[in-house]
Design a protein around this ligand. Structure first.
Ligand SMILES: CC/C=C\C[C@@H]1C(=O)C=C[C@@H]1CCCCCCCC(=O)O
Length: 160
C-alpha cells in the first residue's frame, strides 16, 4: 500500500507538487508549492504614537494599506493591508497583514526589523490559498528617497 502510494505520488510530482508522509498509515494530502514574487510600494502608512512626546516608543502602532506590483515592478497585481506594533525601539516591530491577490488572500505574521531583512510565517488564506502555510521573505529595495519599496517573496504551500 505504502509502495503503491509512493509510486503514484512520485509519478504525479513536478517541481511544484509534493506528497506528505504517511504517519498514520493513510496517504497524507498532496500539496502544491508556489513562489509568488511581489514588490510593495509604501504609499499609505500611519504611525499612531503611544507617547506623543516621542517619535519612537514601544507600543507604537503602524497601520498600512498599499498597492503591490508584480516581480518586474511594472504592473499592479494586488493590494495589502495590515499593522505592526513596535516591540523594541530602533530595532523591531511585530506585524500581521493580508495580501489581496486576484485569486485569493494570503495572511502573514512575524517580525519586521529596521535594518535587517525578515521572514514571516504564512498563517492562512482564502480562495486559491485556503489552508496555506509556508513563509514570506521581506527584503529592502534600493530606490531613491522618498520612495520606499519592499520585495515580498511568498513561498506558499497549499494542500490540493
Ligand atoms: C515605511 C514603512 C511603511 C509601511 C509598513 C511596511 C509595509 O508596508 C509592510 C511591512 C512594513 C512594516 C514596517 C514596520 C515599521 C516601519 C517603520 C517606519 C516608520 O517609523 O515610519
Amino acid at each position: 500500500m505504502r509502495r503503491a502510494f509512493l509510486m503514484v505520488c512520485l509519478a504525479a510530482s513536478t517541481t511544484l507538487v509534493g506528497c506528505g508522509d504517511e504517519s498514520n498509515g493513510q496517504p497524507a494530502p498532496d500539496y502544491v508549492r508556489k513562489i509568488i514574487e511581489l514588490v510593495e510600494h509604501v504609499e499609505n502608512e500611519t504611525v499612531t504614537h503611544t507617547d506623543a512626546e516621542k517619535v519612537d516608543s514601544v507600543g507604537d502602532i503602524l497601520t498600512f494599506a498599499n498597492p503591490v506590483f508584480d516581480k518586474a515592478n511594472a504592473k499592479q497585481v494586488a493590494t495589502d493591508q495590515g499593522y505592526c506594533i513596535r516591540t523594541e525601539v530602533g530595532k523591531s516591530w511585530e506585524c500581521e497583514w493580508t495580501m489581496f491577490l486576484a485569486d485569493g488572500q494570503i495572511t502573514v505574521a512575524g517580525p519586521f526589523f529596521d535594518t535587517e531583512e525578515s521572514e514571516l510565517a504564512i498563517t492562512g488564506g482564502t480562495g486559491a490559498y485556503v489552508q496555506a502555510s509556508g513563509e514570506m521573505y521581506l527584503g529592502f529595495r534600493d530606490v531613491p528617497p522618498p520612495k520606499v519599496e519592499y520585495d515580498f517573496v511568498y513561498h506558499v504551500i497549499v494542500p490540493y
